[in-house]
Design a protein around this ligand. Structure first.
Ligand SMILES: Cc1ncc(COP(=O)(O)O)c(C=O)c1O
Length: 340
């Protein structure tokens, strides 16, 4: 029985063609700005997002932290959606590395301009200055939910009115583009800084970009160096990213179709799927989480619970439509065996 891994879209392995592109990459010392593959990737990324500058960094976490250090001063308040990656899964980095406080607003990762207005502190010396809004699109913890463009515009207008800066954690921004048909540039133009990952649905082994206006490049370079992200002949990694941007964006639609196929099959088996998948994640529930996890393990299905009895299955490049049907067959056995 082959293992089918739904834990995350980060588990993909580079394809043979991507590996060939990596092996053939032209390289140089990127701390000197001399790696042709990285320079090309940064140009392609900036053009794709419709922004002036992009900087290659090893991880999405570093991309977010470079952006925060660039936009904030110690003591500032950063507003973001509940259960944002920034708070849950970045080791407390906003507090530790930028000395900012993070405050959540809205629900399920979404919020509007009124939520921003209500959260802004008065401009008075007792209060920490509320200076940055962070939007996560798609929102990981709420099941790959898209942050709709009209809502993002409403948030941006309220933030600008209050004199705040905006950062977009677009780790999966291309999933949002493919799911909605809204180009990434339409979201990007609302923000000062934008991060996106090559190492998730796009299938590269490593790499993210942090993007913004040209004048932000110098502070972003400084923040990247300070955080230990100045790499040398990393063009071998950038080549994978260039390959991913060229060949793996449109195919995200397959991951989304597979997520919908999985969700429909799980519902047919009587399991509750909530919310309906918008992109490449399926959140579903069972009554007996312990027994269900054991049964998944016995059938070589890797699906992690987010909470007892609540699971997240992520579709990606290394899960085919046939794997979805095979998975549903194995889960049917579990359910028919009385575990649900
Ligand atoms: C929304 C979001 N932002 C940022 C990151 C961080 O990416 P990395 O794991 O490359 O640090 C992730 C990773 O899963 C994510 O889901």
């Amino acid at each position: 029985m082959h293992t089918i891994d739904f834990r995350s879209d980060t588990v993909t392995r580079p394809t043979p063609a991507m590996r060939r592109a990596m092996a053939d990459a032209e390289v140089g010392d990127d701390v000197y700005g001399e790696d042709p593959s990285i320079n090309r990737l940064q140009e392609v990324a900036a053009r794709r997002l419709g922004v002036e500058a992009a900087l290659f960094v090893p991880t999405g976490t570093m991309a977010n932290q470079v952006a925060l250090r660039t936009l904030s001063r110690p003591g500032d308040v950063v507003l973001c959606g509940v259960n944002s990656h920034l708070i849950l899964y970045e080791s407390g980095a906003p507090w530790a590395l930028s000395g900012v406080q993070v405050q959540t607003i809205g629900r399920d990762g979404l919020f509007d301009g009124d939520d921003v207005k209500r959260a802004v502190h008065p401009d008075e010396f007792h209060f920490a200055p509320t200076r940055i809004v962070e939007v996560e699109n798609t929102h990981n913890r709420s099941g790959g939910r898209v942050f709709p463009l009209p809502l993002a515009k409403d948030v941006a207008a309220a933030a600008r009115h209050a004199g705040m800066a905006l950062h977009l954690d677009g780790a999966r921004l291309f999933n949002a583009e493919v799911a909605t048909g809204t180009p990434v540039s339409a979201w990007a133009e609302l923000f000062d800084t934008i991060s996106f990952c090559l190492s998730k649905g796009l299938g590269a082994p490593v790499g993210s970009l942090v993007c913004g206006r040209r004048e932000l490049l110098a502070p972003m370079l400084r923040a990247r160096k300070l955080l230990g992200g100045g790499m040398r002949q990393a063009g071998v990694l950038a080549a994978a990213g260039l390959y991913a941007l060229e060949h793996h964006v449109e195919r995200l639609a397959d991951d989304h179709a597979n997520a919908r196929r999985l969700a429909a099959g799980l519902e047919k088996l009587g399991l509750r799927v909530d919310p309906p998948p918008e992109t490449n994640m399926v959140l579903f529930e069972v009554e007996d989480g312990r027994a269900f996890s054991r049964a998944l393990g016995e059938r070589s299905l890797l699906i992690d619970p987010l909470a007892p009895g609540r699971y997240r299955a992520v579709t990606h490049l290394d899960v085919s439509e046939a794997d979805i049907d095979e998975t549903l067959g194995r889960i049917e056995e579990i359910v028919k065996g009385g575990v649900r």
